[in-house]
Design a binder for this molecule. Sequence first.
Ligand SMILES: [Ca+2]
Ligand SMILES: [Ca+2]
Ligand SMILES: [Ca+2]
Length: 302
Amino acid sequence: MPTYRLGRGDDRFVSSDTPDWSDNSAVYAGSGDDELVIAGGNSVRLFGGTGDDTVLFDQFRESTACGGAGDDVMSGIAFDSTVKGGSGDDDLAAFGSGNTLSGGTGDDTLTIGGQRISEGRVHGGAGDDLLRGGGFRDNRFDGGAGDDRFETFSAGVSVFGDVATGNLITGGRGHDSFSVSNRNRATVQDDTNGRLDPGEVVRSVMDVITDYRTGEELEFGATELVTDVTLAPDVPPGTSVVQLAAGDFAINRGDYLGDGSFRLDARGDDTLILYHQAGDDSPFTGSLVLLDVTRTDWIAVG
Ligand SMILES: [Ca+2]
Ligand SMILES: [Ca+2]
Ligand SMILES: [Ca+2]
């Protein structure tokens, strides 16, 4: 497990040009504006140190990259890895499942993505951060202190309807804004009248905001509030699917049951927003849960 110490100055380190580079290698770039180009590696550790560092990784597995102080740029394809910006205004991106991004202090930009990714964890830390991305189920975004912006998407794997938590979003302290995009088949079992009624349970892949506060801006691509949501019989028998016209959204009170299930109840503790993005000609519906929000006049749709 070789360890490379680059010391002071603006260094460039390329793993493919480095003899003995292997799993478990560690690189300490030291001070200066360093550039690390890393191809492959399990359990690799990278430390940018002070200075504005650039770290590019590819097929990074169960590895860690720390930018240290300075405005660092770190990005690439990774799995089950951790990328920490440290202090400074960092730009971090990881494409693949199971990655954790931590911005630390400073106004950071954090992006996760990739084909059907899951189990991403994104922590903005202090500062006004931009948290972006998403994928399939169970990706979590936590803005931390500061006025953060979230730009997220989620979807099921199957057009026949998945039931799961999509993106779990926590704004943290500050006045945060949320732009969400979720497209799925939202279903109800054993509907009798083609309408949503108290006691019925909507199931889908649902995004959840855990700490939405009054006046925080929500965007989901639909701005026309409607009061009636219709249901159409679908397959398998007994299943009905939510239908909304493009550009429409509806606000429903009830209780979030977890894992993409929401029971309608006029005295419930939570809110479910169902929406159909303007210009979207698919049959899919977006679902956004606001935990512990019951006042519709709190909700600011931009
Ligand atoms: Ca640095
Ligand atoms: Ca931050
Ligand atoms: Ca915040």
